[in-house]
Design a protein around this ligand. Structure first.
Ligand code: ADP
Length: 580
C-alpha cells in the first residue's frame, strides 16, 4: 500500500537554476538565427538526436543513403542560394564520406559547411581506440577553406558564426566544423546560451573595385579589335544577372558561357558565341573573364581548345579578369587588367564607365563570329534531325532540348562523359543557375545529390541527364527522391557501359571488360521499387511522352533511354587527357 507518510522527503530545492539549454539546442538555435533552416545529412552516432531535434525545431532535415550525396547536395544548395549548404555526418567513416563533397565545394567555390560529430578528444589524441576514432579536424584542414572545432557549449555561437563567415566571404568555399559527441549534452543557462549566439552581420561584404583598375579594364576592352567575354560559374553564383546582361548588351561583345553559366543570358542570345567556341577562343585579342578561372577547362589560357585536334592553340591574348580573389590573376598567363572585387560591384562599375558612345566591336569580328555560328548550328540541326535506331545521344538529346525549352524554369542536372559533353552543347538554357553539373573537377557522382538539393531549395522541377555509369555513383538516392516525393525526372542515356558498351575483354577471358555493365539493365525499376515511376524507352517519341508526363505529374520518375551502345567515345571530349 502506498503510504504518504513513509515516502522519503523530497530533495531540497536546488540553489542553482536548472539548466535550460544544451549543446544540441544551441547548434540548432545558432543555425536558425542565421537563416539556415535546411540540412542534408545521414543520422547516426553521435548526431542522431541532433537530427531529431532539428526536425522538432522546424528545420528541414533531408536524410540521405550515403554521406557523399548529402555533401554534394549541400554544396550545390550553397551555389543556388548564396547561403552555406549544411552537410551533417557521423564520425570517422561518415565524415570521410562527406569529405569528397567538402573538397568539391572548395574547388568549385561553393559555400558549404560540413558539420561532423566526432569522438572524444582526450581519447583520440592519446590514440586509445575510441569508437570511430579519427583526428578529423587535422584531416579536414587540408581540404577546405577553414576548419574549426568547438569543445564548449558556450562557444557554439562563435563556432557557427566563424564557419558561416568563412564559407561566404571573399571566394566562397567549404568549411569544416568538428563537434565532438560530448559537446551536445553539455548544459548551460538558457539566457547565457542565447547571449552567446551570433547573428553574422554582412557575411559576404561587397568588395568595391579600385577606380583605376576599372579604368584600366575599360581602356583595354575599348582597344580590342576582337573582344570576347567569358562568363563563369562565379558570375552565376554572384546573382548579378541584370547588370551582367547590361554589360554584355551595352558593349555588344560576343560572350561564351562556361557550362554552369549557361542561361545567365539565354543561350539563344544573338551575342552568345557557344556555337563558335573553337573559333572565338584562339581568334579573340582581348578576353574578359568574369567569374571564370583559366584552368584546364580553358586550356590554362594557352593550350588547345576543345575544338578537337585541329583547333588552333589559343593564347597570346590580353586578359581582363574580374574575380573576388586577388591571387587568381596571373595563375597561368599574364592578366593585363585584373579587376578585383565582387562581381556585382565590378560589373556595376564597368557599366558606369560605358557611356552611350561606347564603340561596338568591329563589324568584321561580329560577322566572322556570326558566320561560324550559323555554319555550326546548321550542322548540328542536321545531326539532330536524324532518327537512327537505336537512338543516338543526339536524337535523344534533341527531345531533352525541346522539353527544357518548354520548361525554362526546370533545373538541369548533368553528369557523365559523352552524356555530359553532348548535353552541354545540344541543350540550350534560358535562365540563370538552371544548369548544374560536374563542375571544376569534371567528377561523376554529383547526380542524385544535386537533384535532391535543387528540388528542395528551389521547389522547381528537376531534370537530370545522366550517363549510365555516372548514375551508378548515386543511384541509391532514388529512394531519397521518392521518400521526399520530389519532382525529379532522371533520364539515363543507357549505352551499357563506361563511355560505350561494346568493349571486349582484351585477354578474351570470361570476365567482361572493366568498361562495360550488364547489358540492357532495367534502371527504371529502381525508381519503381520505391514507389516512383519508371519508363523504358527506345525512341524519341517514347522519351518525349515519358518526360512530358513526369513534368506534368511532378512525380519521381526514372526514364531508362536505350541508346546505341557503340555511340560514345572514350572520355568524351577529354580523350586527350588519357596518358598514352
Ligand atoms: P568556371 O568553371 O565556370 O569557369 P570557376 O569555378 O573556374 O568557373 O571560377 C569561378 C571564379 O569566380 C573563382 O575564381 C571565384 O573566385 C570567382 N567568384 C566566385 N564568386 C564570386 C563573386 N561573388 N564575385 C567575384 N568573383 C567570384
Amino acid at each position: 500500500m502506498d503510504d504518504v507518510a513513509t515516502k522519503p522527503a523530497a530533495p531540497a530545492a536546488q540553489a542553482i537554476p536548472q539548466p535550460a539549454t544544451d549543446g544540441f539546442q544551441l547548434v540548432i538555435d545558432a543555425l536558425k538565427l542565421n537563416g539556415i533552416d535546411t540540412v542534408f545529412g545521414l543520422p547516426g552516432i553521435p548526431i542522431t538526436d541532433l537530427t531529431r531535434r532539428m526536425q522538432k525545431n522546424g528545420m528541414r532535415v533531408i536524410a540521405f543513403r550515403h554521406e557523399q550525396n548529402a555533401g554534394y547536395a549541400a554544396s550545390i544548395a550553397g551555389f543556388l542560394t548564396q547561403k552555406p549548404g549544411i552537410c551533417l555526418t557521423v564520425s570517422a567513416p561518415g565524415f570521410l564520406n562527406g569529405l569528397t563533397a567538402l573538397a568539391h565545394a572548395t574547388t568549385n567555390c561553393f559555400p558549404m559547411i560540413l558539420i561532423s560529430g566526432s569522438s572524444e578528444r582526450e581519447v583520440v589524441d592519446l590514440v586509445q581506440g575510441d569508437y570511430e576514432e579519427m583526428d578529423q579536424l587535422a584531416i579536414a584542414k587540408t581540404m577546405c577553406k577553414a576548419a574549426f572545432r568547438v569543445l564548449h557549449a558556450e562557444d557554439i555561437g562563435v563556432g557557427i558564426a566563424r564557419a558561416i563567415r568563412a564559407a561566404l566571404s571573399g571566394r566562397p568555399g567549404g568549411v569544416y566544423l568538428d563537434l565532438p559527441a560530448k559537446l551536445f549534452p553539455q548544459a548551460m543557462d538558457a539566457q547565457a546560451g542565447k547571449n552567446s549566439l551570433i547573428k553574422v552581420v554582412d557575411p559576404a561584404p561587397r568588395q568595391i573595385p579600385a577606380p583605376e583598375a576599372v579604368q584600366r579594364a575599360l581602356d583595354l576592352l575599348k582597344s580590342a579589335r576582337k573582344p570576347l567575354i567569358i562568363l563563369g560559374k562565379g558570375a552565376a553564383y554572384a546573382q548579378a544577372d541584370a547588370d551582367i546582361r547590361v554589360l554584355v548588351e551595352k558593349t555588344g561583345i560576343p560572350y561564351l558561357p562556361m557550362s554552369m553559366a549557361k542561361g545567365l543570358l539565354p543561350d539563344t542570345h544573338e551575342q552568345c558565341a557557344s556555337a563558335a567556341r573553337s573559333y572565338v577562343l584562339p581568334e579573340a585579342d582581348v578576353v574578359m573573364l568574369i567569374g571564370a578561372r583559366l584552368n584546364w577547362l580553358l586550356s590554362q589560357g594557352k593550350g588547345k581548345t576543345w575544338g578537337g585536334a585541329t583547333a588552333k592553340t589559343w593564347g597570346g591574348q590580353k586578359f581582363v579578369q574580374v574575380d573576388i580573389w586577388p591571387q587568381e590573376a596571373d595563375s597561368n598567363v599574364r592578366i593585363d587588367a585584373p579587376l578585383v572585387g565582387d562581381i556585382g560591384s565590378c560589373v556595376k562599375a564597368l557599366n558606369a564607365g560605358i557611356g552611350s558612345g561606347w564603340p561596338k566591336p568591329p563589324s568584321a569580328w561580329l560577322a566572322a563570329v556570326a558566320e561560324r555560328k550559323s555554319r555550326n548550328v546548321a550542322k548540328m540541326a542536321e545531326t539532330l534531325a536524324k532518327n537512327p535506331s537505336p537512338m543516338s545521344f543526339q536524337s535523344a538529346l534533341a527531345v531533352v532540348r525541346d522539353v527544357v525549352k518548354a520548361n525554362p524554369d526546370a533545373i538541369l542536372v548533368n553528369e557523365g562523359a559523352n552524356a555530359l559533353d553532348f548535353t552541354r552543347s545540344i541543350v540550350d538554357m534560358y535562365k540563370p543557375r538552371k544548369r548544374i553539373d560536374v563542375g571544376t573537377w569534371g567528377i561523376m557522382g554529383i547526380g542524385m545529390g544535386y537533384c535532391v538539393a535543387a528540388a528542395v531549395v528551389t521547389g522547381q522541377q528537376v531534370i537530370a541527364v545522366e550517363g549510365d555509369s555516372a548514375f551508378g555513383f548515386s543511384g541509391m538516392e532514388t529512394e531519397t527522391i521518392c521518400r521526399y516525393n520530389l519532382p525529379v525526372c532522371v533520364v539515363i542515356l543507357n549505352n551499357n557501359g563506361v563511355y560505350r558498351g561494346d568493349e571486349k575483354n582484351a585477354a578474351g577471358g570470361a570476365d567482361p571488360s572493366p568498361l562495360v555493365f550488364v547489358k540492357d539493365a532495367r534502371y527504371e525499376m529502381l525508381m519503381q521499387a520505391f514507389g516512383g515511376v519508371g519508363a523504358h524507352v527506345k525512341t524519341p517519341g517514347e522519351l518525349r511522352r515519358a518526360m512530358e508526363e513526369a513534368i506534368r505529374s511532378r512525380r519521381p520518375t526514372l526514364i531508362n533511354a536505350v541508346i546505341d551502345e557503340a555511340g560514345g567515345t572514350e572520355s568524351g571530349r577529354i580523350t586527350s587527357l588519357n596518358p598514352k
